[in-house]
Design a protein around this ligand. Structure first.
Ligand SMILES: Nc1ncnc2c1ncn2[C@@H]1O[C@H](COP(=O)(O)OP(=O)(O)OP(=O)(O)O)[C@@H](O)[C@H]1O
Ligand SMILES: [Mg+2]
Length: 453
């Protein structure tokens, strides 16, 4: 590997000199250290491989090895020793030494060993780079929108991604992009090369969820024929995304809290503590604070999860982003469906803007997918979205119930719903009810709706 830096650690000047001369002649940058302490200082400056003598004036090679690996797992260490007992060799390998070689050594052998070791790092880096580039679709730009709420969201996500391991709590309605944001956080953080694991807490019964998360030992329960690692273990170094956290049972909530506090856990049926380094991102489309109030969710877990809260804006609250999102999805579906749709007409945008989007961006995406599949014009038109704009008219679905209605109550309720759906925007709320802004204002006063709901 050209430009690789090798550190030679030995207290004997002659050995250092012979190794250094040889490695330099092969094009490596070579650093030297006489003691364990000096070696660790040099490692801090950035090295790729360490040739490490076992017997050092201030310490032994195995202790130095352990510290190097704590500083950076990727640094290759070849231990050179004249006193190799089997135990030392085994321990060194366990700590992650690349090789344990005997002293005295043959320079050709050492040089071949160094070359091979560096080749493995090069490959490992390539794989990692490949993984990060495969992950690139989840860059910050994947969060589309120019409105104030989405711009603020992107900034927050960027800041959260660089915070090393704090827990993140994503709350927001269904379809607002919680999954998306969780992935963007992971893939723009320096955990990107490690796994992103995802589990939906509502999808599994308690016992299964527990063993999926924490793993289990052989024989822990009837079906546990083999030991199994849980998600937290598999994701070591990476991120675990716990979706629909509000659905977790109280017993599991307690176990999760313990894990978040201690960063360690036991497999189901296990006795040993397993330490892992994962970032937990939890998501909920319920209001967890309310669940805490109703004693459905542990308050201590809530506060532990809520270190970095992110509230996802509903699409209603940033309807001005609809054109950008529409273009973004059209581009994507053009590729996927081999179509050449150029955009949408102003009339189509008008329909899309006045609709309330209870299913948020996911619903917008689905509506566009259907329109793109069915339409054969250059531009999507209002009639491609007819299902969204069809107002309820007399004699339609809106039939007077047998026992009648309280018209005043109904009017108030529809007004409140329209305002909610339009995020308080009176013009858009009016469009939903066939009223102009003045007529909406008049009714807001009439029903004493002082603030927009
Ligand atoms: N701001 C955005 N920019 C681009 N795509 C988005 C945005 N928000 C959401 N999406 C897309 O909308 C779809 C739904 O988003 P996602 O699955 O992340 O929602 P969610 O909040 O996890 O919903 P649920 O609560 O139902 O699980 C996805 O295809 C996602 O990529
Ligand atoms: Mg989701």
């Amino acid at each position: 590997m050209p430009n690789a830096t090798v550190l030679v650690v030995d207290d004997e000047a002659l050995i250092r000199w012979s190794l250094t001369e040889r490695l330099k002649s092969e094009g490596y940058n070579v650093l030297e250290a006489e003691t364990g302490r000096a070696a660790l200082e040099r490692v801090g400056e950035g090295v790729d491989l360490v040739l490490l003598d076992y017997r050092l004036p201030d310490t032994d090679g195995v202790s130095v090895l352990r510290k190097i690996k704590e500083m950076d797992q990727d640094i290759l260490v070849i231990l050179l020793t004249a006193y190799a007992t089997v135990e030392t060799a085994v321990e060194a390998m366990k700590l992650g030494a690349y090789h344990v070689a005997n002293k005295p050594f043959n320079l050709d052998e050492v040089s071949a060993l160094v070359e091979r070791a560096l080749e493995t790092t090069r490959l490992r880096r390539e794989v990692r780079q490949f993984r990060t580039s495969a992950a690139r679709p989840y860059s910050l730009q994947r969060i589309v929108g120019a409105s104030a709420p989405v711009t603020a969201l992107r900034h927050l996500v960027a800041r959260v991604a660089i915070s090393p391991s704090s827990t993140v709590l994503l709350t927001g309605e269904s379809g607002t992009g919680k999954d998306l944001v969780a992935k963007v956080i992971h893939y723009t953080s320096d955990r990107a090369a490690r796994p992103f694991m995802n589990i939906t807490c509502s999808a599994l019964p308690e016992q299964l969820l527990e063993s999926e998360l924490f793993g289990h030992e052989r024989g822990a329960f009837t079906d546990a024929r083999m030991q199994k690692k849980g998600l937290l273990e598999t994701a070591d170094g990476g991120t675990v995304f716990l979706d629909e956290i509000g659905e977790m049972t109280p017993a599991l909530q307690a176990k999760l809290l313990r894990f978040l506090e201690e960063k360690s856990f036991k497999r189901v049926g296990g006795a040993t503590d397993i330490h892992v380094d994962v970032r937990v991102i939890a998501a909920s489309n319920r209001n967890l604070e309310e669940e805490v109030g109703k004693s459905q969710f542990r308050s201590d877990l809530y506060y532990r999860l809520n270190v970095l809260p992110i509230t996802m804006p509903s699409l209603r609250s940033h309807a001005e982003d609809i054109p950008l999102l529409v273009e973004y999805f059209i581009d994507g579906f053009n590729v996927e469906f081999r179509k050449k749709v150029l955009g949408a007409t102003p009339a189509a945008y008008a329909v899309l803007q006045q609709y309330g989007w209870p299913g948020n961006v996911r619903e917008l995406r689905n509506v566009l997918e259907r329109a793109m599949l069915l339409s054969d014009h250059d531009r999507l038109d209002a009639k491609d979205f007819a299902a969204l704009s069809r107002p309820v008219t007399a004699g339609d679905e809106f039939e007077l119930p047998a026992k009648g209605v309280d018209l005043e109550q109904l009017e108030r309720s529809l007004l409140v719903q329209a305002l909610k759906r339009s995020g308080g925007n009176q013009t858009r709320a009016g469009a939903l009810l066939g009223l102009n802004r003045d007529q909406i204002r008049y009714r807001i006063e009439k029903f004493a709706l002082t603030t927009a709901p």
